[in-house]
Design a protein around this ligand. Sequence first.
Ligand code: CDP
Ligand code: CDP
Length: 258
Amino acid sequence: MLGLRLSQSKHSRIGRATKMPKLTIAIDGPAGSGKSSVARRVAAILDYLYLDSGAMYRALALKALQRGVSPDDEPRLEALARATHIELRPPTQEQEAAGAKNRVFLDSAEVTQEIRSTEVAQAASRLATIAKVRQVLVAEQQRAGAGGSIVMEGRDIGTVVFPQAELKIFLEAAPEVRAERRWKEHQEKGEKMTVAEVFDEVIARDKRDRERKVSPLVRASDAVLVDNTAMDVEETARLIVMLAQEREKELAPTGRPE
Ligand code: CDP
Ligand code: CDP
């Protein structure tokens, strides 16, 4: 069982038309493209919920590592997924200042930091190749996002989890830039990895994510490609908010009947 208590900003809806449709916004893209930072910011501006689907794969991968479950043992991994409780909550101010976009709880124990290691990232991407594990997590993501007004980010949100999402973004950035962004995060946490090591980790994971048979990382045909190689988080978020507001207007009821 997965439990999700999702991040929602404390902003009020003052100034926003109450009749605006509640969009589902899907943001997919490779590692380090800025999905978490941008999705979280978009959700705060629009007063939407935010869900980091990658944190769920990471939390489950951490549990598998802790229990010594082999990444090839599909039946055990599926059973583990079904018996796991994951909660996503908004970060504390201190955690936010340290770069966390979520608090993540695995069977009630906080694992916010532990799931961000490269070992867990690699284990997550191996576990994410298993169709039956994905089914369990996708069902929870669909349940969590059923009410709309949500920004969900991952690899298959626009293609599999919410193919009907009103706005889909495929977030890209040059691989060197993505690796450098990740390397900076490791540096800030005092982890000693070279840029080349981080680059190799990111590229290996992207390759596995793009080439797997089930729900590979691919741009949905109706997703807007946003390359933020030369944009910061705020600029990227503002661009997506603009696109969301256009979609809201397009979908809003046109007012009085003729
Ligand atoms: O979720 P994803 O792996 O796609 O990326 P992220 O964790 O949101 O971003 C990785 C790092 O890149 C974070 O430290 C962001 O602040 C940074 N970033 C950036 O500097 N410029 C951007 N346009 C996007 C992200
Ligand atoms: O933050 P970063 O982009 O590096 O990774 P993440 O979003 O935390 O996802 C970790 C891993 O989980 C990815 O490399 C994918 O293998 C997997 N994942 C997935 O398959 N589908 C999703 N919707 C989200 C993550």
